[in-house]
Design a protein around this ligand. Structure first.
Ligand code: DGT
Ligand code: MG
Length: 604
């Protein structure tokens, strides 16, 4: 046991974080057991193709391992019940429910694959500590080696509190969703993840920082370190660095001879159990894709059938996601008969958002729209494959890779105020961290695949409405004084929203949903400059006698009174204090809590 006191000389901040890693026990198997409780007490394997991708703990008693061939699994456990797990729909749904449950603690949650999440509870613990009187806290669950002395930075107590929070999280996931889970609690992500499976299933383990180095030695192979992949492992092995101990003992300067300086430092740190990477709040995936692999396909019509089947399933996922896709990517894995190898190639094309429509808030695609998507996929296929020569494919994939946020479309506040303006700007409002995809889940943006973006040809069908110059920017900018436009320049078509405010606007929309369903009478406007011109075009009206003509009166009347008053004042007298004034930038920076102006920031 390494209780070296030297770690206490480290900078306190190195122990300042508290990270929880949660992993669901035999995830796919639990989803199936929750669906059919009779599967609970029998050995159960989840089958994809000829592989048992996971098994319940009953089957594991017989030696059924993850990713075993079905034939081998049946040898060790002849009475194994097999359930087909190729349709990932329910697993994804369960995954997002667990993620959502964890968001309840209001801490950053990073989704890793389908059944793992990191939660950074550092700030939550700081808050708890402010109101706690006890000097020592009881740890919940197991500990990896008891400490001989308390770390002076206080990390032990913080991690003990984290262990209690982890226990609450596990309880919530079990009570509300029925899943048993394991958690690892540590001061960094690496250790939290690695310590998590120590007491499987349905349990939790905490490790204190001073045991990081000795714990890492228990891993033996460098490949067991999560960030070290196959290629790095091979490179390390070629330098006779095979075990974690080898890596710990190799001088940094020696590592730098074979790896980049940054990589060498990272490898060394990992071997010692050090990891400063933050927990990045997960958002929606950057792409949503599906792939199908097979022995070989060499006929174009078969490829089309595969695309057609994938598209059907992909559209279900997109509907659940809710964003309107604007780019489609095709991926092929080509078998090179001469070189006995295969490689992936991708090509993508913009697609018109008008292929999709939102009906009562639900994304739909007509049969004709599906045919268009299939045609685009086949056109991309034709570009990837020289059909004058034989081809052999072992995988086809389809993915929607860019999205138009719904908030920028019909549900944006602009559209509440405008009679009919289509907003065509494309912007990814989602968090910038992709979900780390697993095999058949959302397809990751793969750096290894050759992806080309195809904007060139007629795949982008002309939109029925011309694009409008609307820039929606998800991040709030602090306005410099000179950026505060005069109200007369405050064009509705040039508003900026930040993402939090978007949520509020969304609520606003819900409140006025019945009104938003009112048919919109006016013809579409050609472009935003039309709209901005019409700012000057003030019409008389009973409900709003100063509304610009493009404003939908019914929607306007659904706004709260104070917002109506504020907007009216702004339209009536652009230089009044109700508008955005140069003389009172304070008003801009600190809008009234319920002011609609906080949703509106003038475009530069
Ligand atoms: P655990 O965490 O050891 O109790 O068991 P699982 O089943 O939760 O295993 P885990 O956490 O490694 O993976 C989560 C799910 O992902 C698992 O239920 C099935 C799926 N999965 C795992 N490994 C593979 C794989 O190699 N291929 C495929 N297609 N799916 C996999
Ligand atoms: Mg798991």
């Amino acid at each position: 046991m390494d209780t070296s006191i030297s770690v206490y000389n480290e900078n306190d901040s190195e122990h300042s974080r508290c990270i929880i890693h949660m992993d669901v026990d035999c995830f796919y198997a639990q989803v199936e057991m929750l669906r059919k409780p009779m599967l609970r007490n029998v050995p159960l394997g989840i089958q994809q193709k000829n592989i048992v991708v996971t098994s319940n703990y009953e089957a594991r008693k017989y030696g059924v391992q993850k990713c075993m061939l079905v034939s081998d699994a049946l040898k060790v456990c002849p009475n194994l019940t097999l359930v087909n797990g190729e349709d990932l729909h329910d697993y994804r749904t369960a995954s997002s429910k667990i993620f959502t449950a964890l968001l309840g603690w209001k801490c950053p949650v990073e989704k890793l694959g389908m059944d793992e999440n990191f939660i950074d509870v550092t700030n939550l613990i700081q808050e708890k500590l402010k109101t706690m009187n006890e000097t020592s806290v009881t740890l919940t669950g197991h500990i990896y080696n008891e400490p001989s002395i308390e770390c002076p930075c206080g990390c032990h107590n913080r991690l003990r509190i984290a262990s209690q929070i982890a226990s609450e999280m596990r309880k919530k996931v079990y009570d509300e969703l029925g899943f048993t889970t394991c958690t690892g609690i540590a001061h960094n992500k690496l250790l939290a993840k690695l310590i998590c499976p120590l007491h499987k299933p349905n349990d939790q383990t905490t490790i204190f920082p001073e045991h990081a180095t000795s714990f890492m030695l228990s891993l033996t192979s460098v490949r067991s370190i999560p960030s070290i992949g196959t290629k790095t492992t091979e490179a390390l092995i070629s330098q006779k660095i095979i075990t974690v101990r080898d890596l710990q003992e190799t001088p940094l300067e020696e590592l730098k001879k074979h790896f980049s300086s940054d990589m060498a430092v990272r490898l060394k740190a990992l071997s010692l159990g050090e990891d400063s990477t933050p927990v990045k709040q997960s958002g929606k995936p950057l792409s949503i894709g599906l792939e199908d692999s097979f022995k070989t396909v060499s006929v174009k019509s078969e490829v089309e059938d595969k695309f057609s089947a994938l598209l059907q399933r992909l559209l279900v996922l997109v509907r659940e996601d809710g964003r309107i896709p604007v780019s489609l990517r095709v991926t092929l894995r080509k078998k090179d008969a001469k070189r006995l190898s295969s490689h992936r190639e991708s090509r993508q094309s913009q697609i018109s958002p008008s292929i999709f429509s939102l009906t009562n808030g639900v994304l739909t695609v007509t049969d004709a729209g599906q045919q268009k998507l299939l045609a685009i996929a086949m056109r991309l296929f034709n570009k990837l494959i020289d059909l004058t020569k034989p081809f052999h494919l072992t995988l086809v994939g389809l993915a929607f890779t860019k999205f138009q946020e719904r908030m920028t479309g019909r549900s944006s506040i602009v559209n509440y105020l405008m009679n009919d303006i289509s907003v065509q700007s494309v912007l990814n409002l989602s968090n910038d961290c992709d979900t780390s995809a697993t095999s058949m889940d959302y397809s990751a943006v793969s750096p290894s695949s050759s992806t080309t973006t195809d904007h060139s040809d007629g795949e982008v069908e002309p939109s029925p409405k011309k694009p409008k110059k609307v820039n929606w920017i998800a991040k709030r900018r602090c306005l410099a004084k000179e950026e505060v436009a005069s109200p007369s320049k405050l064009k509705v078509g040039e508003l900026r929203l930040n993402s939090k405010e978007l949520e509020k606007v969304s609520e606003l929309r819900l409140n006025s949903r019945d009104r938003s369903l009112t048919p919109r009478a006016s013809p579409a406007r050609e472009n935003m400059s039309d709209a901005s011109d019409s700012m000057k075009d003030v019409v008389e009206d009973g409900a709003c006698n100063v509304c610009p003509s493009y404003v939908d009166k019914e929607v306007f009347s659904a706004l709260p009174d104070d917002m109506q008053q504020e907007l009216k004042a702004m339209w009536k007298n652009p230089s009044s204090s109700a508008g955005v004034t140069r003389s009172s930038p304070r008003n801009v920076n600190k809008p009234k809590s319920n002011s609609i102006r906080k949703y509106f920031v003038p475009h530069k």
